[in-house]
Ligand binder design. Structure first.
Ligand SMILES: [Cu+2]
Ligand SMILES: [Zn+2]
Length: 173
């Protein structure tokens, strides 16, 4: 059993807030760029001062292209319409510059990249200390917003990481 799955099992036992984002193959880009990505993103956080754990379980990434890393962000809107265009820009309540997950500054929604395996799946656990499931007045509350999974990797550059198109998206409930 890998460390990340041990951590995931431990999280099942934690009290606190829980939210889910269901990724459906029906949302995202169409045509040549379409990839039938589906799965679940589960968020857990014990209290307003503790870390947020984001468990990502997805399948359907195209394994025959060169893109194995995919920009992974929380965007500012919870609307999967318009092939994920309606999700708006990165969740950035403090009006700072874009950055990768470990950077300072970074948008609250900047979670860096997820990496697909050779079967086109992503199973990972992300620990984040900015986004929150508690609406405690810090403006970092992400309930009702959503995730966007990008075609290319977030390079940490520009205003949004130059991660190209939007492959899939979901709303955090
Ligand atoms: Cu994004
Ligand atoms: Zn950003």
């Amino acid at each position: 059993m890998t460390a990340s799955f041990q951590a995931e099992r431990l999280l099942q036992t934690l009290s606190g807030a829980r939210a889910v984002c269901s990724v459906s193959a029906d949302t995202g880009t169409t045509g040549a760029a379409q990839q039938p990505i589906a799965g679940t993103i589960t968020l857990r956080q014990k209290n307003a001062n503790s870390a947020l754990y984001i468990s990502v379980s997805l399948a359907g990434f195209n394994t025959s292209d060169a893109n194995t890393e995919h920009g992974f962000h929380i965007h500012a809107a919870g609307d999967v319409g318009g092939e994920c265009a309606n999700m708006g820009g990165h969740f950035n309540p403090h009006d700072v510059a874009h950055g990768l997950a470990g950077a300072t500054p970074r948008h609250v929604g900047d979670l860096g990249n997820i990496v697909e395996d050779s079967w086109g799946r992503v199973h990972t656990l992300i620990k984040d200390d900015q986004a929150s499931l508690f609406d405690d007045g810090t403006d970092n509350y992400v309930g009702g917003l959503g995730f966007v999974i990008h075609e290319e990797n977030d390079k940490g550059t520009g205003s949004s990481g130059d991660a190209a198109g939007r492959l899939a998206c979901c709303v955090i409930h």
